[in-house]
Design a binder for this molecule. Structure first.
Ligand code: RB5
Length: 145
């Protein structure tokens, strides 16, 4: 399952991605915001996405705010979340191959629709690289202090 969340800065792009996934027959859960509310706050939409993502090992999340920075900071607070702020398709590929990222963060004000949909496709369809060095590095990166 793919869980999506956004604030006002990511609302338009989140709607576009939901329509795109629907057309592709990909199952997803829209965790809001479901309306454009310029006073909403991105952490409110990170929480339900994070809960959904950690509920199964093969779930993914997509979080969008104006820059993608706020949602990535908020998501990475949570155990089991590996959120990556992605700007292009190459970042998306590497976030999956090298970092096994399970949450894709996008800046709704900084990425065009065509690029964003290509990023989503790449993120959802690229497995982690099986080279043990990547597993080892991510295990160390995610170790609790
Ligand atoms: C909201 O204006 C904006 O600050 C927010 O969407 C996000 O970019 C925060 O990191």
């Amino acid at each position: 399952m793919i869980y999506l969340g956004c604030d006002h800065g990511g609302f338009a792009l989140k709607q576009t991605i939901c329509e795109y996934l629907h057309k592709q027959g990909v199952a997803f859960t829209d965790c809001g915001n479901t309306i454009l509310d310029n006073e909403d706050n991105f952490p409110d939409f990170v929480e339900p996405v994070v809960k959904g993502v950690v509920s199964r090992a093969d779930n993914f999340g997509i979080l969008i705010c104006g820059t993608g920075i706020g949602v990535s900071i908020a998501a990475n607070h949570h155990h089991g979340i590996r959120a990556a702020l992605v700007h292009n398709v190459e970042y998306a590929r590497l976030a999956r191959q090298h970092n096994n990222a399970n949450v894709l963060c996008l800046g709704g004000r900084f990425v065009d629709t065509k690029t964003a949909l290509a990023i989503v496709d790449t993120f959802l369809n690229t497995p982690m690289d099986t080279n043990p060095k990547y597993q080892r590095r991510m295990a160390a990166a995610c170790k609790e202090l």
